[in-house]
Design a protein. Structure first.
Lengths: 306, 259
């Protein structure tokens, strides 16, 4: 266990895991709040075109993926904001177009080997280069600064967009910013959990944390804690057991979700019993005489009858 | 002499359409400080669109809107407006406490600055006004419909607005919450706030209302004191059918008295 910390590649892998464990749930909590849990999945598909472009131009796929993903995210946000009836079809075009285009570009590139795209689809954290890590750290820092620094504003637009508009909050700008942050997170997490599983790390820790929480702040904090723990445990397990890191992290996150849901009900019962004014355990209210029941409830036209 | 204070809302000859269909065909609406105006009308008469036009959510094709004497395009003092949108639930995909939801009502005041003690006090005061302070730490999803509506009203009150806009605040609200709402409105008006309410019928708020504006097919059909005890029912062309047929004779009696 301690000997793995001696390797450079493991140190890089663990740092990348912590960054992804923080950023993915920090953004994901807003997407779940707005019931857009699968948005990250779509962006993962779009990012494949970016990876393909990186292969073609022989540059770091992280940066080309950021550019393509941000463009895709802005398009998705504009479609959503218009409230277009055919919006879901437009998104389908974008998702599948992005995936198909990515595979096509990779097949035409010089490094069209069998395992090349594979490592971006499922994650291969143990091959993160120092340059990759620098990019992940810089992008992750921006995402963390925005999602935690603007949490009241982002909470407001995701909780109730109509209300937020009337408070003078720049709703359109913040929506775009959130979409861009989700896009950046997808590329940050790409090397760690892979494009096909990126959305899981945005959604599953949030789903797990909210089994036990009542407030948004606690949900976000809990989701980040779950994200970091499963990312670190997944990378360690990946090293010890020689399995890919992405699937290991995601399965651990789902296991945490299952445990949290199992203990949620007993915990809620105990918390309820702790409240002093919870009222009597059983109903001891005498029901009114059935003949007089309808006199107690005001009829809709009661104002007229007076 | 001080110059007269401008009206909180001055909507003039407003024309708007939604989805290509004209919904407002020249609506005039003025709400002065300290005044409670009820916006009445049948479904589809343009009540909600009028309110959305007043909040700037629906653009006007013709006509103008001044808020506190400032044209909409130049209006920035959104903290002076407390808005209670029409909705059935305050819950979203992630749990949130009553306090968290009400705190968003302070955003126009603290903006990017941290949430201070003054903000917290204002949130407490707003929660106390609607009788929900003891539920501040509870999740909004665990509340009844009437309690959720009270939370949304507290959110609008948190910024101590000079104009309260409420879209169907009585929809799906139990009798106890209706009473709380009426008391809250009375206190806000005493403070000098203007109130614009969209209502289906006057109901328990009737004694508070200074003026009723009735819309029909996107036009103002009546602008004046509310017709006592009747609300919409006595207005010409009203064909509201109640499910309780045994009260029908009351309608007939009132119509007979008014004709």
């Amino acid at each position: 266990m301690t000997e793995m910390l001696g390797y450079d590649f493991m140190q890089r892998a663990l740092i990348a895991a912590v960054l992804v464990g923080v950023t993915a749930p920090a953004v994901g909590v807003y997407l779940v709040q707005r019931r857009q849990a699968l948005l990250g999945d779509g962006m993962g598909h779009v990012a494949m075109t970016g990876v393909g472009l990186g292969f073609i131009f022989q540059t770091s796929p992280v940066w080309t993926a950021v550019v393509v993903c941000v463009l895709g995210a802005v398009t998705m946000e504009l479609v959503r904001a218009r409230g277009n009836q055919r919006g879901d079809l437009a998104l389908a075009m974008l998702f599948y177009g992005g995936m198909a285009c990515g595979k096509l570009l990779v097949s035409k590139s010089a490094q069209a080997g069998a395992g090349s795209l594979e490592s971006y689809l499922w994650g291969s954290i143990l091959t993160v280069s120092p340059a990759d890590l620098a990019a992940i750290a810089a992008l992750g820092a921006v995402v963390i600064a925005v999602t935690l620094g603007l949490r009241r504003q982002l909470f407001a637009i995701c909780q109730d967009e109509d209300f937020a508009k009337v408070t003078g909050v720049p709703v359109r700008l913040l929506n775009l910013l959130l979409a861009v942050m989700a896009a950046v997170t997808v590329t940050v997490a790409m090397r760690v959990v892979g494009l096909l599983l990126v959305s899981a790390l945005m959604v599953v820790p949030v789903a797990a944390a909210q089994q036990l929480t009542r407030s948004f702040a606690a949900t976000q904090a809990g989701a980040i804690a779950v994200g970091v723990i499963v990312a670190l445990a997944g990378v360690t397990g990946s090293y010890e057991l020689d399995v890919p890191s992405g699937p290991a992290i995601v399965l651990l996150a789902i296991a945490v979700f299952a445990v949290f849901s199992a203990i949620a009900a007993p915990l809620a019962r105990r918390r309820h019993r702790g409240t002093p004014d919870a009222g009597p355990q059983v109903c001891d209210v005498r029901l009114p005489d059935p003949q007089r029941a309808d006199a107690a409830t005001p009829a809709p036209g009661a104002g007229l009858a007076q | 002499m001080t110059p007269p204070t401008p009206p909180a809302v001055r909507l003039h000859d407003a024309v708007a359409s939604r989805g290509g269909r004209p919904v407002l065909r020249g609506v005039d609406l003025t709400v002065r400080p300290g005044e409670v105006v009820a916006l009445l009308g049948a479904n589809g008469s343009g009540k909600s669109t009028t309110v959305k036009a007043v909040t700037g959510a629906v653009p006007l094709e013709r006509g103008g809107l001044d808020l506190f004497g400032t044209p909409l395009a130049r209006f920035r003092a959104w903290h002076r407006i407390g808005y209670v949108p029409q909705r059935t639930t305050a819950a979203s995909g992630v749990p949130a406490t009553v306090r968290e939801v009400v705190s968003t009502g302070r955003l126009p005041l603290h903006r990017l600055l941290p949430f201070r003690r003054a903000d917290r006090t204002a949130v407490d005061r707003a929660l106390a006004a609607v009788g929900m302070l003891d539920r501040a730490r509870d999740g909004v999803a665990d509340l009844s419909g009437g309690q959720q509506q009270r939370v949304l009203i507290a959110r609008a009150l948190a910024g101590s607005p000079d104009l309260l806009i409420m879209d169907e605040p009585m929809a799906g609200v139990d009798a106890a919450s209706q009473q709380v709402l009426a008391d809250t409105l009375r206190a806000e008006v005493a403070r000098g706030a203007a109130v614009l309410l969209v209502l289906h019928e006057l109901g328990p708020l009737e004694p508070l209302i200074d003026r009723a504006v009735v819309l029909r097919d996107g036009c103002v059909a009546h602008d004046g004191p509310p017709v006592p005890n009747t609300g919409l029912h006595a207005l010409p062309g009203h064909d509201h059918v109640h499910p309780h047929a045994d009260h029908g004779h009351d309608h007939e009696r009132i119509r007979g008295l008014l004709s």
